[in-house]
Design a protein around this ligand. Structure first.
Ligand SMILES: Nc1nc2c(ncn2[C@@H]2O[C@H](COP(=O)(O)OP(=O)(O)OP(=O)(O)O)[C@@H](O)[C@H]2O)c(=O)[nH]1
Ligand SMILES: [Mg+2]
Ligand SMILES: [Zn+2]
Length: 381
C-alpha cells in the first residue's frame, strides 16, 4: 500500500491534519482503485490496519505519515499549516514517516484558528444553556462573513426549547438573512443534515464555549472522543475543553476542525467593509446606493442602509470597533515593524498586528499547543 501518486507530476500528495511541535500528521490521498475495490470505508480501514503498521486514525481509511519539514522549506520561511496540501518525499511505509518537500498554493487561509484551504464555517450556537445572545450571535456571524467563506448556522440543544420557541428564533434569524438548522446532539435531531453539508469539504466549527461543538464532532466522527465539558459561564475563560487545531476525517470524506469556544470574536475589518458582512445591508445595497460613496451609514443624508432593521444597532456598535481598530493601526509609527501583511481568502491582503516580542519569549518556554491556546485567549474579552 502506498498513497496515491499524482500521475501528472509523479508526486505523492497528502493533507496535513495536525501539527505538533515540528511534526506534521499527513493523510495521504488514497488511490481511487483502492477505494473502489473496497467499497465502504470500514473494509478499507481494516485491510490497511491489518497489512500496515501505519498510524491510522480510528475512523480513517487513509494512510497517515508522521512527517518533518524539509530544511529548504524552513530556509525560505514556508510555514506548513493544518489543511495544507503537501508533497511528500521519501515515504517510509514501514516506519510511518515521511518528509514534506513542498506546500501547494492555498485556496484560503484562516488565521484563528490557523487552517488552510477551509471551504466553510459551521457556526454552532445553542438555543439554551448557554442562552442564545443575539448580540454575540451577530458578532460571530459578522466575523464569519468577513472570512469570505460560506457560513452554515446551526442551533444545538433544540431538545431544550418548544417548537413554538424554535419558530420564533427561526423567524427572527430569517429576518437577519439566515436559515438556522436546529439540531440536538443529545437526541440525534438533524445530525444527518449536518453531515450532508460537510461532504467532501473542509469545515471549521466555531461558536461560544459550551454550545456542544465537541459533542457534535464526537457524534459525527466515530471513535474520536473529544473532551466534552460542562457549561461553566464566566469561568469558561482559560478553561476550554478544546485545546488544539486538528482536522478530523468524516465518514463522508469531509474534514472537520474543532475550535475552542471564545465569547467575543475580534472584529478587525475596515469600517468600509463592515456593511457587506450583513445580509440585510447587502440586499439594500444591491438595489440602491447611498448619496456618498464613502458613506458609513450613520447620519449621512440619503443613506439606503440606515433604517429600522433589527441589527442596525449592532452595525453601529461594530462600526465603532472597526473604526477603533483602524485608528489603532494608523497610530503605529512604523507599520512595517508592528504590522505584517496577511493574505486573506480570495487573494485579498491586509495588515495585521504582529505578536509582541514578549509573547514570543513566553511561547519559547511553552509547548506550541499551549501557544495556540494563548492565541485563542487573546481573542476573548
Ligand atoms: N441538552 C443538551 N445538551 C447538550 C447537547 N449537546 C451538548 N450538550 C452538553 O453541552 C455541554 C457542552 O458541550 P461541549 O461539546 O463540551 O461544548 P463545546 O462547544 O465544545 O465547548 P468548548 O470546547 O468549551 O468551546 C456538555 O455538557 C454536553 O453534554 C444537546 O443537544 N442537548
Ligand atoms: Mg469543545
Ligand atoms: Zn449609507
Amino acid at each position: 500500500m502506498t498513497g496515491k501518486v499524482d500521475f501528472a507530476t509523479g508526486q505523492l500528495l497528502g493533507t496535513v491534519l495536525a501539527v505538533q511541535a515540528n511534526f506534521y500528521q499527513v493523510q495521504l490521498d488514497v488511490k481511487d482503485t483502492e477505494t473502489r475495490r473496497h467499497g465502504d470505508t470500514e473494509d478499507l480501514s481494516q485491510t490497511l490496519s491489518a497489512s500496515l503498521p501505519l498510524p491510522i486514525s480510528a475512523s480513517s481509511a487513509s494512510p497517515m505519515l508522521l512527517c518533518t519539514r524539509r530544511t529548504r522549506l524552513k530556509k525560505i520561511g514556508q510555514q506548513v499549516m493544518v489543511g495544507d496540501r503537501v508533497v511528500i518525499e521519501e515515504p517510509d511505509w514501514a516506519g510511518g514517516r515521511g518528509a514534506i518537500a513542498d506546500v501547494l498554493p492555498r485556496q484560503t487561509q484562516l488565521d484563528r484558528p490557523p487552517i488552510a484551504n477551509v471551504n466553510q464555517i459551521l457556526l454552532v450556537f445553542a438555543v439554551a444553556d448557554p442562552p442564545l445572545e443575539p448580540y454575540q450571535l451577530s458578532r460571530f456571524l459578522v466575523k464569519a462573513e468577513s472570512t469570505d467563506l460560506d457560513v452554515v448556522l446551526c442551533l444545538n440543544k433544540s431538545d431544550l426549547v418548544s417548537p413554538q420557541e424554535q419558530q420564533q428564533i427561526s423567524d427572527r434569524l430569517g429576518a437577519w438573512g439566515y436559515q438556522p438548522l436546529f439540531i440536538s446532539v443529545k437526541n440525534t435531531i438533524n445530525i444527518d443534515q449536518i453531515s450532508e453539508y460537510l461532504n467532501h469539504k473542509i469545515t471549521v466549527i466555531a461558536g461560544p464555549s459550551g454550545v456542544g461543538k465537541s459533542s457534535l464532532i464526537n457524534t459525527l466522527v466515530p471513535n474520536v472522543n473529544l473532551r466534552v465539558g460542562e457549561v461553566s459561564g464566566k469561568l469558561a475563560r482559560g478553561r476550554h475543553t478544546t485545546r488544539h487545531v486538528e482536522l478530523f476525517e468524516l465518514p463522508s470524506k469531509g474534514l472537520l476542525a474543532d475550535t475552542p469556544g471564545f465569547n467575543q470574536p475580534d472584529l478587525d475589518c475596515t469600517p468600509e467593509e463592515l456593511v457587506y458582512y450583513f445580509p440585510e445591508t447587502r440586499e439594500r445595497l444591491a438595489v440602491g446606493s447611498c448619496r456618498f460613496s464613502d458613506c458609513l451609514h450613520r447620519d449621512e443624508p440619503d443613506c439606503v442602509v440606515r433604517g429600522d432593521w433589527e441589527r442596525y444597532q449592532h452595525y453601529l456598535e461594530f462600526l465603532d470597533d472597526a473604526i477603533a481598530y483602524q485608528t489603532h493601526r494608523h497610530q503605529q509609527a512604523d507599520p512595517e515593524s508592528t504590522l505584517k501583511l496577511k493574505t486573506k481568502g480570495k487573494g485579498q491582503t491586509q495588515y495585521e498586528p504582529k505578536l509582541e516580542s514578549k509573547k514570543y519569549r513566553r511561547v519559547a518556554r511553552k509547548t506550541q499547543l499551549q501557544a495556540l491556546q494563548d492565541l485563542y485567549q487573546d481573542s476573548e474579552e
